[in-house]
Ligand binder design. Structure first.
Ligand SMILES: O=C(CO)COP(=O)(O)O
Length: 258
């Protein structure tokens, strides 16, 4: 069983397209200085407006860095003002699309059902959805975090075949750990990531569960990444704030050599 680790930097609503070019070039330079071998996938997830610039930077400099988008429309095209379609993202060379981030669930009322539909649209267009899940503090305090997250993932996986699920990425991001500096303990992260893998084994089979990649997100940085990555069911990180600094994100990607 070999799952390729991924470190994905979710820039959220930060960096204009000029800053994006600098950050991607800076990241490439930092990785090269570290003789990074890309045995871990490195992904940046900038705002929509940066994607064309990131594409030309990656293509022009022949970089091995991958990139993706933070959200997608359910619809193919038409009268959906403000939306961006999966085909458009595919055309821009996106490999990944984040769906169901807790900030979209909270500020845009995205339901588990909608998140699942968006994941389907992403997969149907030849990209990999990074399906986010995670509990708010209240649910954790009640001790219901595992069942809550398992329920979110179960809903999002509706309609996916075994072969599709093998390619998916799930990101467990406890809401109380996002942007707060309060990282989940490695044991907390493992508890939920393991439960997600067990759910996949129950819904599909062990082969599928062994293939799917499960990330942890929430205040990941170069100081805590190694311990998180030592957990058997944590296959990578979805990194917010720390992905906005080239040197810090390069260290996180190169966690094996810290
Ligand atoms: O939401 C996150 C990534 O999607 C995590 O953000 P922080 O790393 O800033 O806590």
């Amino acid at each position: 069983m070999t799952r390729k680790p991924i470190m994905a930097g979710n820039w959220k609503m930060n960096m204009d397209h000029l800053e994006a070019i600098q950050l991607v070039q800076g990241l490439a330079m930092e990785l090269s200085d570290r003789n990074f071998d890309f045995s871990t996938e490195v992904v940046v997830i900038p705002p929509f407006t940066d994607l064309r610039s990131v594409q030309t930077t990656v293509d022009g400099d022949n970089l091995k860095i991958k990139y993706g988008a933070q959200d997608v429309s359910l619809f193919e095209s038409g009268a959906y003002t403000g939306e961006v379609s999966a085909q458009m993202l595919k055309k821009l060379g996106c490999s990944y699309v984040v769906v169901g981030h807790s900030e979209r669930r909270e500020y845009h009322n995205e339901s588990d059902e909608l998140v699942g539909q968006k994941a389907q649209v992403v997969a149907a267009n030849g990209m990999v959805p990074i399906i986010c899940c995670g509990e708010v503090l209240e649910i954790r305090k009640e001790g219901n975090h595992v069942s809550h997250v398992v329920g979110q993932v179960k809903a999002a996986l509706q309609g996916f075949t075994s072969d599709q699920v093998k390619e998916l990425v799930i990101a467990y991001e406890p809401v109380w750990a996002i942007g707060t500096g309060e990282v989940a303990t490695p044991a907390d992260a493992e508890e939920v990531c393991k439960a997600i893998r067990e759910l996949v084994a129950a819904l599909y089979d062990q082969d599928v569960a062994d293939a799917i990649r499960i990330l942890y997100g929430g205040s990941v940085n170069s100081k805590n990444v190694k311990e998180l990555m030592a957990q058997p069911d944590v296959d990578g990180g979805l990194v917010g704030g720390a992905s906005l600094k080239a040197d810090e994100f390069a260290k996180i990607a190169d966690y094996q050599n810290l």
